[in-house]
Write a protein that binds this ligand. Structure first.
Ligand code: ZN
Length: 202
């Protein structure tokens, strides 16, 4: 399965000259939600991710996603794995389990995002379900931005990855494109101007 092509076809992997939320510039931009706007594509990607998780032998009771980014990917993955699905959301900035969701002591939870960058939100969701007594057994995402090490990839872990080293990260592909500080950006040097995706109100 050519994950990058699926993202390209869905206009979820943009090529150009972009200003990222970190302030850095990049030739590529991932608009993760776009790849999931077709439920059939979402199901295909989730099925592939579920296959990796099953083949690893990891025992999972429940998928939990941090809202909003992880909601659709997590639900699709739970459908493919035929397991329970819950999500956490921010209340006054704090990641919280609400809406009547509970977890059992020792319940084995896989945290699922659409894309793992450094894993910050995933770790906040993990801390919340563990505070309530569950056990986080791993992490999953459709795409890995290249900071964390995913199962089966040769690409190493970068110092800013927040995920624990002793738990697996399952993802379909590494999207480890280069980022440049604005004063070192070769695209800026060639005279083009960086645009901020989403600047049209989306
Ligand atoms: Zn630039």
């Amino acid at each position: 399965m050519d994950i990058k092509q699926i993202y390209m076809d869905a206009d979820a992997l943009l090529h150009g000259h972009f200003k990222l939320s970190s302030g850095n510039h990049s030739e590529y931009y991932l608009q993760s939600a776009k790849v999931l706007e077709d439920p059939k594509t979402a199901a295909i990607l989730a099925k592939e991710l579920a296959k990796q998780i099953r083949e690893s032998g990891l025992d999972v009771d429940t998928i939990c996603s941090p809202a909003i980014g992880g909601l659709i990917a997590g639900f699709a993955l739970a459908s493919a794995l035929e397991c329970r699905y819950i999500f956490t959301e921010r209340v006054d900035g704090k990641m919280t389990l609400r809406r009547g969701f509970t977890v059992e002591p020792g319940e084995k939870i896989l945290i699922c995002e659409d894309i793992i960058t450094t894993g910050g939100s995933a770790m906040e969701a993990a801390a919340e379900v563990e505070r309530l007594g569950a056990r986080v057994v791993g992490f999953a995402a459709l795409a890995n931005r290249g900071f964390c090490k995913r199962e089966g990839s040769d690409l190493g872990r970068k110092p800013n990855c927040k995920l624990p080293k002793n738990l697996p990260l399952f993802a379909l592909a590494d999207f480890d494109f280069e980022m440049y500080s604005p004063d070192e950006c070769p695209l800026c040097k060639s005279g083009s101007e960086a645009i901020k995706p989403g600047s049209r109100g989306n």
